[in-house]
Design a protein around this ligand. Structure first.
Ligand code: S3P
Length: 179
């Protein structure tokens, strides 16, 4: 039985808030990858990118996922770049179900245009750039996902309810496949 749930998706897709809500509904803990990395590195993500480089940050993500795959039930809110590495997808799928939160480029811009802690978008905070990066990432997100949920114009309660329903279907199928 898979007991971990990994929320993936582009920056601003609502992973953090939806994962908290989902964890509360399921009565399990919730972890935010970026928060753990910040805490362990002792600095903000933007400083990790600036001082150690993006590759170092990506390695921290992979090492963290490897560790989490050895733990118990939890909802994990992933950084937007996590599904880009096949190794990361392998770790997530070892114990978990991967849920993709989809969002449009316009909505992403609306939600995060004033953010200063998204190094990937630094100097490119506009809808066109976001749309381009999103299109590049979409195949990686789709390949990783067991479940896909649209988030534009939907409340967090609706999104969490959709995920719960999708999870039920997946675990019903898992049981039938096993039985
Ligand atoms: C990133 C997304 C960020 C953070 C880092 C890189 C990305 O997380 O991990 O800035 O490459 O998409 P959020 O998706 O939580 O903003």
């Amino acid at each position: 039985m898979k007991e971990q749930i990994y929320l993936i998706g582009f920056m601003g897709s609502g992973k953090t808030s939806v994962s908290r809500r989902l964890a509360r509904l399921l009565g399990i803990k919730c972890l935010e990858m970026d928060d753990i990395i910040k805490m362990e590195a002792g600095k903000e993500i933007t400083r990790i990118f600036a001082e150690d480089g993006e590759e170092a940050f990506r390695q921290m993500e992979t090492a963290l996922l490897c560790r989490l795959s050895g733990e118990g039930a939890m909802v994990v809110s992933c950084g937007g770049g996590v599904p880009l590495r096949p190794e990361n997808v392998k770790w997530m799928k070892k114990r978990g179900i991967v849920v993709l939160l989809r969002v449009s480029a316009q909505e992403t811009y609306r939600r995060i245009h004033s953010s200063t802690n998204r190094p990937v978008l630094a100097g490119h905070m506009n809808v066109e750039y976001i749309a381009g990066l999103m299109a590049e990432r979409e195949p990686f997100y789709r390949r990783a996902a067991d479940l896909v949920v649209e988030t534009d114009q939907r409340s967090q309660d609706e999104i969490a309810a959709d995920i719960l329903q999708g999870l039920k279907q997946i675990s019903g199928k898992e049981q039938t496949d096993e039985g």
